[in-house]
Write a protein that binds this ligand. Structure first.
Ligand code: NAD
Length: 333
């Protein structure tokens, strides 16, 4: 049999999309999908893929998950958008139990490759104070001053991956994801990120006829947003490569939040009255991905335009919000 592949956090947004793509490429029998949440809460689920519910903060669970596995994609983490990570710092840092136990278990099980999903939140805060931001290159993570809580855990685990390669010979690959969005993403409940939250707010306004929208901050903060298909493609390209250092996987199409709202209004065909919640969590002032290194090392970079990705995302969230509850979100293939 070909290699066996484990995806952790497979019940989540990116994990679900990754399982779908790996299943198409390698076949369902090659895969094991693991997450700790109830199966009916998984974003995507596949009846022909081995599916386990395990709490990967525990070492024994990680040993079960990695048994007989050649390649690990470790995406499990306690995370969310700014509203979540700014108010749950300890919980975000506790993901270090998952990362540590998964690395130890993967090493002991003889896994050959280990992918870790790091984040643009590792970048130093003082390089992100201006909306007219200089795009972040990989070396900008040091001297270290990452996002408090969540970012520190990510940066620490990046280093651990590096040292597991040096000390134990397990090949590790680290991606720094920048704001991933798309269909099957979280769009309500407090963990959603800006693109999905804005789609939800615009759709609510459209459906209710109350043509208003609340925006977090003054809307002039800048970001780039990475469509899920680019994220999944970049992840697999990086895993297959010989690149041992962390790489940005992020779009470099910079927009303000106000521009993003305008884009969604255009998709919805409405104009909304805007109010600004200046004391809401808003994260750094500006952030963009410098893609010189990924282009050089992988000969590839994310390229899906925000206008296109947001149209797909809007359509999916609109369906979720208007379908009967029983038909929502979880899709079993
Ligand atoms: P997600 O919250 O949708 O998925 C994470 C999954 O991990 C969840 O399904 C959750 O149930 C699972 N999980 C948490 N604790 C667990 C545990 N103890 N045992 C087993 N499973 C557990 O998040 P996502 O957006 O799919 O992100 C996936 C990875 O990518 C995470 O590591 C995240 O930090 C990273 N990342 C995501 C983004 C983004 O924009 N979505 C950006 C940067 C980094």
């Amino acid at each position: 049999m070909d290699k066996r592949i484990l995806v952790t956090g497979a019940g989540g947004f990116i994990g679900g999309a990754l399982v779908r793509s790996l299943r198409e490429r390698h076949g369902a029998a090659a895969l094991r999908a693991v997450d700790f949440k109830p199966l009916d809460e998984w974003h995507q689920r596949f009846s022909d893929v081995e599916t386990l519910r395990l709490d990967l903060s525990e070492l024994e669970a990680c040993r079960k998950a990695t048994r007989g596995i050649d390649e690990v994609y470790n995406l499990a983490a306690d995370m969310g958008g700014m509203g979540f990570i700014e108010t749950h710092k300890a919980e975000c840092m506790l993901s270090v139990l998952i990362s540590t136990h998964m690395l130890v278990a993967a090493r002991d099980a003889g896994c050959k490759r280990f992918f870790y999903s790091s984040s643009a939140c590792v970048y130093a805060a003082d390089k992100q104070t201006d909306a007219a931001v200089v795009a972040l290159k990989e070396s900008d993570a040091y001297p270290a001053e990452p996002e408090d809580g969540y970012g520190w855990e990510k940066l620490f685990t990046e280093r651990m991956c590096r040292h597991f390669t040096e000390d134990f010979g397990i090949e590790t690959r680290v991606a720094r994801y920048h704001n991933v969005y798309g269909p099957f993403g979280t769009y309500d409940g407090g963990r959603e990120k800006a693109p999905a939250a804005i789609c939800r707010k615009v759709i609510s306004a459209k459906l209710s006829g109350k043509h208003e929208i609340e925006i977090w901050g003054d809307g002039e903060q800048t970001r780039s947003f990475t469509y899920i298909d680019d994220c999944i493609q970049g992840t697999q390209r990086l895993m297959a490569s010989d690149v041992r250092e962390p790489l940005n996987i992020g779009s470099d199409q910079l927009v303000t939040i106000n521009e993003l709202v305008g884009m969604v209004e255009a998709i919805a065909g409405i104009k909304l009255r805007r109010s600004y919640k200046l004391d809401a969590p808003k994260g750094v002032r500006g952030r963009n991905s410098d893609n010189a290194l990924i282009r050089k090392r992988l000969g590839w970079a994310p390229s899906i335009r925000l206008e296109q990705g947001m149209a797909e995302t809007y359509r999916w969230i609109f369906d979720q919000m208007t379908l009967a509850a029983s038909e929502r979100r979880v899709k079993i293939a």
